[in-house]
Design a protein around this ligand. Structure first.
Ligand code: FA5
Length: 370
């Protein structure tokens, strides 16, 4: 490794020689530098203020030069300093440009590679059915209404003509919000057991005539099995006007069932009971799998259990007592209401045998509806 010689001979020829040696030393050392830390070592070796070679140049050559040579030595030392600084500068730009070149090499974008394809989501089958049902009624002039899932006893039961302690309340196993005992019964909170409370909320908001369709989530304290879930969905309908009759109810639901299940489906109404409708009915549709015959090529139809009919929804004419809760004149106005389970309809439409599939989030099940 190069060390700066102490000069005894300050003749121009000797100085030329010594300068040449120093120049070739700095050139070869700077060529060998290949990274940042090596470059720092080089810089300090030559330029450190205390003991760098340039400082020694001052001490060993310039200060040591005899009077007559001082000027010549001074010029040569300055020239050598400039060369050393240049070399060290050049070494630094060489290593930084090669580092950024190799980085660019790594980061180069290959525009011919295929992009990352994002999978499109799809409507959940329950939402799809709900939208379909709502669409059928929107086309008949119904508007959409919604209500809260946490509901008061008043809206969920009392105003729908379920008196306190009436056995009809037992048909809807109710989830009560805890810690409500100090409130009057009608103010206590429950998770709504059906979408029917929105009938009352809609009638409170506007006078007749009225046509609303109400999609929503409901809750009941029921054990889950293949056809029951503690959380499920309903679509409720309500029409109130002058001269609304049971014929309007039948015609409306017959049209809706044909729109949902196919034009060849027939409907059948038979008596039932709901506290808020009088008379009340359950609606059955003719089985779309066996065409209502109950048998397929001699074998029992599994969908309708060979009866030829499938039970689908509850309905009826609005009980005048209900109108009393919302100040509708029951002598002037009449109406009908209906409510259907969205899970049940979806299971029938798509041949799904277990209601739990809707809530498990299994992508293999959901993908079939994409
Ligand atoms: C009612 O909830 C009434 N509010 C319907 C109604 C509205 C009648 C307007 C008259 C006028 P019901 O308890 O039968 O009725 O429930 C309606 C539908 O919800 C059922 O036909 C069924 O499809 C669905 N359903 C009831 N319980 C469950 C459950 N645990 N899991 C899944 N679906 C259910």
């Amino acid at each position: 490794m190069y060390t700066l010689p102490q000069l005894a001979d300050f003749s121009p020829a000797a100085l030329d020689n010594a300068a040449l040696e120093l120049k070739s030393a700095v050139e070869s050392e700077s060529r060998q530098v290949s990274n940042d830390s090596e470059w720092k070592v080089l810089r300090d070796r030559w330029m450190a203020r205390k003991s760098g070679i340039l400082t020694q140049l001052n001490d060993f050559w310039l200060k040591a030069a005899p009077g007559p040579s001082k000027r010549d030595v001074g010029q040569r030392v300055n020239e050598l300093k400039r060369i050393v600084e240049q070399e060290i500068e050049a070494a630094l730009s060489r290593i930084t440009s090669s580092a950024s070149a190799s980085r660019i090499d790594h980061e180069r974008v290959d525009v011919t590679l295929p992009g990352t394809r994002r999978k499109l989501g799809a409507e959940h089958p329950l939402i799809r059915t709900m939208n379909e049902i709502v669409g059928v009624f929107k086309a008949m002039g119904y508007s959409i209404a919604e209500g809260p899932e946490v509901e008061t006893d008043y809206y969920n039961f009392e105003s729908l003509n379920f008196p306190p302690n009436h056995p009809a309340r037992d048909t809807q196993d109710t989830l009560f919000i805890a810690g409500q005992q100090s409130k009057p019964l009608r103010e206590r909170l429950v998770l709504r057991t059906h979408t029917s409370p929105v009938q009352i909320r809609a009638m409170e908001k506007q006078p007749p005539p009225l046509r609303v369709i109400v999609p929503g989530k409901v809750h009941r304290a029921e054990t889950a099995d293949a056809t029951h879930s503690p959380i499920f969905h309903q679509v409720e309908g309500l029409a109130v006007d002058t001269n609304i009759t049971f014929c309007d109810l039948k015609g409306t639901l017959d049209h809706a069932m044909k729109a949902l299940f196919g034009a060849s489906v027939k409907t059948r109404f038979y008596p039932s009971f709901f506290p808020f409708t009088e008379p009340s009915a359950d609606v059955q549709i003719s089985c779309f799998k066996c065409g209502g015959r109950g048998r397929i090529e001699g074998a029992r139809c599994s969908l309708c259990k060979a009866s030829g009919w499938i039970e689908l929804l509850g309905c009826g004419m609005v009980d005048p007592n209900v109108f009393g809760f919302v100040n509708y004149d029951s002598k002037k106005y009449s109406g009908f209401a209906f409510g259907m389970g969205v899970e049940r309809i979806t299971m029938l439409k798509y041949g799904i045998d277990d209601i739990q599939h809707f809530f498990e989030g299994d992508i293999r099940f959901l993908q079939q509806f994409a």
